[in-house]
Design a protein around this ligand. Sequence first.
Ligand code: FES
Length: 118
Amino acid sequence: MPGNETWITVCSKDDLAPGTMRWVSVNGERVLLANVEGEFCAVSDRCGHQFASLSRGRLNGHEVECPLHFATFDVRTGKCTGGPDSKDIACYQVLVMGDDVRIKPRKPGGSGEAGLKF
Ligand code: FES
């Protein structure tokens, strides 16, 4: 495992079929986890426009579309790729170890918008 940082196991890789997504909890933040053709990607579940839950939207390839005003974000980078004027969203590092999918929590003050607290 890279470094000595804490990684949070969020699901088994078989829990998320290619082309699907769901939100998971990472240290109290809602994080959108997507399986893009076998590559796991994680970004904030909070839209950079008016904070809708992106996991309620649609995943098209590597883009997630917000269900509210249809902004789109690249789940590999968190960059806004279309729709209403929106901030980019936070991106998380993902590690697959055996069957486990793990996410590295963001450091306080890290780049991008914070994930949705719940
Ligand atoms: S809240 Fe997501 S596009 Fe407006």
